[in-house]
Design a protein around this ligand. Structure first.
Ligand code: 13P
Length: 341
């Protein structure tokens, strides 16, 4: 039977060997992804693409939940089954992105704040009725030199995250709170560590002030990485060690799981990093994945918008999900990359 209380839903989402597929790309983001395979972002193309992902044979072996977008939770598979129902029927919990995107933070050039709190209580009620059992809200924290982010920029975002999380729990939905410290820029891994530490500290203060239950919450966050344009970018072992150190310093043991975003890392890097962390071990929460690009990139490339490539796309998604499933227990090896799906 599907879990109904918040703590059980959260625990199921970070079940052994499984993680979450983020398929909640907004209209501008999916358009960008479709451009890479030269197809148009029409409602039918978006439906057909998500249909391919969600009907992947045996996906439930490694995927515990899927994050949907507002349009997607209202769409159906080719056989007429509503997507949320289809996933639920396979033992995969449907979730929904509920934020309205990161916008410029007024009077703080270079910083963002996420919108979407207005009317959220009503939307959450509707999403619960449509079958969602968890939600996601993403905050964007940019790094630019020593001045950005500001303390205020961080607090504006963590306050909004906590308000969203409280509303979500009130509606019987598990919040996935997602502060993403961006990889863009030439900053060092130490700078990423410091900003991530400050952000997560502020987030857990705000969650406590807002009376959010940690047992019914998941944290989705970035790994501690060198900036994309940094010289001498840190290797797998350093990323794994520094990420674990940062999480141990900030994330309370009451959180059932931390699920990483991939944030522009390649699919292989994302898997190798998660694997290295789980090999080190010694932390109180499950360490899992909630990847968008790192799960979908090979699938969309194999699909190319062609009906005849659906099976190839599904094989690619299954393979990536399986490798990340192995990384959940530190059992991934790079040789597995070339094994047949
Ligand atoms: P990426 O893994 O592509 O960063 O996407 C995860 C996500 O859900 C971002 O909000």
């Amino acid at each position: 039977m599907a879990a109904t209380d918040l703590a059980s839903i959260a625990k199921d989402l970070v079940a052994e060997n499984k993680g979450i597929l983020a398929a909640d790309e907004s209209f501008p983001t999916i358009e960008k992804r479709f451009k890479s395979i030269s197809i148009e972002s029409t409602e039918e193309n978006r439906r057909a693409y998500r249909d391919m992902l969600f009907t992947t044979p045996r996906l439930e072996e490694f995927i515990s939940g899927v994050i949907l977008f507002d349009e997607t939770i209202r769409q159906s598979s080719s056989d007429g089954t509503n997507f949320a129902e289809l996933l639920q029927g396979r033992g995969i919990t449907p979730g929904i992105k509920v934020d309205a995107g990161a916008k410029d933070l007024a009077l703080f050039p270079g910083e963002k704040v996420t919108e979407g709190l207005d009317g959220l209580r009503g939307r959450l009620k509707e999403y619960h009725g449509l079958g969602a059992r968890f939600t996601k809200w993403r905050a964007v924290i940019n790094i630019d030199g020593d001045q950005i982010p500001t303390n205020f920029g961080i607090t504006a975002n963590t306050h909004a995250l906590a308000r969203y999380a409280a509303l979500s729990q009130e509606a019987g939905l598990v919040p996935i709170v997602e502060p993403e410290v961006m990889m863009d820029g030439p900053h060092s891994i130490q700078r990423c560590y410091d900003v991530t530490e400050q952000t997560l500290t502020s987030l857990f203060e705000q969650l406590q002030l807002h009376r959010v239950s940690l047992e019914g919450t998941l944290l989705k966050t970035n790994m501690v990485l060198s900036g994309k344009d940094a010289n001498d970018r840190a290797g797998v072992e350093e990323v794994a060690r520094m990420t674990i150190d940062c999480l141990k310093a900030t994330v309370p043991a009451g959180i059932p799981g931390v699920v990483f975003l991939s944030g522009g890392q390649s699919d292989e890097e994302s898997t190798a990093h998660l694997n290295a962390m789980n090999q080190i071990g010694g932390f109180p929460w499950e360490l899992s994945f909630s990847y968008g690009r790192a799960l979908q990139a090979p699938a969309i490339a194999a699909w190319k918008g062609e009906e005849s490539n659906v099976e190839a796309g599904q094989r690619a998604l299954y393979h990536r999900a399986k490798l990340n499933g192995a990384a959940r227990s530190g059992g991934y090896t790079p040789e597995m990359e070339t094994e047949a799906a």
